[in-house]
Design a protein around this ligand. Structure first.
Ligand SMILES: *[C@@H]1O[C@H](CO)[C@@H](O)[C@H](O)[C@H]1NC(C)=O
Ligand SMILES: *[C@@H]1O[C@H](CO)[C@@H](O)[C@H](O)[C@H]1NC(C)=O
Ligand SMILES: *[C@@H]1O[C@H](CO)[C@@H](O)[C@H](O)[C@H]1NC(C)=O
Length: 336
């Protein structure tokens, strides 16, 4: 190895007059596919390091597995806002059968649908397409990729409904579809996710309808349904037996009685219910939540009665409670 490096060094110095044989770690199939991938993207400057004369395991944006020497990770992440990578996700991506981790991030000129050939990547564990111009539906075929642990498709222009089939993914621990243009309901099938169920980050879409009661079977760490058009009763997401840490239902049209709900006493750190039509009063059970760090029930005009005194509830300022009929610290005292 040392002598080879020296030889290469000499070559650089002497502008090497003869070709140096070097052994390549990269699998020839993967190399061919990656060069095709680059071509399908019109050879962007971004992939200038993908030089056919070099071992593809040394290229930027890819990683080879040490034992199989196959490409298992492809991550195209722009470090500059104006990275000149445009067009669709190349179909050849589906010909990297050992891919476990596929990431496209901060590529505003990457457009078109989620490439259908991704359906061939049966080893895929992490699919991350974020902050791109990708549009079209969240594809149904994702449900066939049984090794998926993370689906993160945030900050795109995806539309259509959420495929019900995703609940068939046995190892999914996080589903992040926030900040798109998704419509329709949260699928009732989601109640049959393997327990405790994945984190469900579905905020900033146009989802509508009620929370399926089947979701009461789940106990994810994080639920963020904020900024949608969801309505009705969300009480199945609460309960003292759950271990949820983050529950954000803010800016929807939820309408249910808060008075008798119970809460994950030890785990809950974030509860945001602002801008809904929640009614009743704030239950005393909330004073028993030990680590509540964020709480907001503002803009629920029908929420009334005295704010229970104790626990963390007086740590939040009046803005956590305003635009309601609540009274008592931190709001002015109740009058009768
Ligand atoms: C992107 O790259 C192409 C080819 O190099 C060039 O013609 C085009 O002007 C570039 N666009 C931007 C926005 O930089
Ligand atoms: C799910 O994950 C477990 C543990 O990481 C693994 O053994 C199993 O093969 C995975 N299941 C599927 C269907 O991929
Ligand atoms: C609660 O939410 C309202 C509405 O979004 C916001 O104005 C207020 O600052 C928030 N307060 C706290 C303490 O989070």
């Amino acid at each position: 190895m040392g002598s080879m490096l020296m030889m290469l060094g000499l070559c650089v110095l002497l502008l090497c007059p003869f070709p140096v044989a070097f052994s390549e770690q990269c699998h020839p199939h993967d190399k061919k596919v990656l060069l095709q991938f680059k071509k399908e993207l019109n050879n962007p400057y971004f992939l200038a390091s993908w030089n056919p004369k070099e071992d593809c395991c040394t290229w930027y944006c890819v990683e080879c597995d040490d034992t199989t020497n196959r490409i298992y990770k492809l991550f195209l992440v722009s470090s500059f806002p104006d990275t000149n990578l445009s067009g669709q996700i190349p179909p050849s991506v589906g010909d990297l059968p050992y891919l476990e981790d596929l990431t496209f991030h901060k590529l505003p000129n990457l457009v078109g649908p989620i490439q259908p050939t991704i359906a061939k990547l049966t080893k895929l564990k992490y699919l991350i397409i974020t902050n791109t111009g990708i549009s079209g539906p969240v594809p149904d075929f994702l449900a066939q990729l049984k090794n998926l642990e993370l689906i993160k498709l945030s900050f795109n222009s995806l539309s259509g409904t959420i495929p019900t089939s995703l609940s068939q993914l046995p190892n999914l621990s996080s589903l992040q579809l926030d900040r798109n243009k998704l419509t329709g309901p949260i699928p009732a099938s989601f109640g049959s996710f393997k327990k405790p169920g994945p984190d469900l980050i579905l905020s900033h879409n146009q989802l509508s309808g009620p929370i399926p009661s089947s979701l009461g079977n789940l106990d994810p760490e994080r639920i963020d349904f904020s900024r949608n058009k969801l309505e009705g009763d969300a009480s199945v997401l609460f309960g003292s037996k759950k271990t949820t840490q983050i529950l954000d239902l803010s800016r929807n049209k939820f309408s249910f009685d808060l008075s008798h709900l119970t809460f994950p006493k030890k785990s809950l750190i974030w509860l945001d219910l602002n801008h809904n039509k929640i009614y009743g009063s704030i239950p005393a059970a909330l004073t028993k939540v030990e680590n509540l760090q964020h709480f907001n029930v503002s803009y629920n005009p029908q929420l009334s009665g005295q704010i229970p005194q104790g626990g963390e509830l007086q740590r939040f300022d009046q803005y956590a409670y305003f635009h309601t009929k609540l009274c008592g610290s931190p709001l002015p005292p109740c009058t009768k």
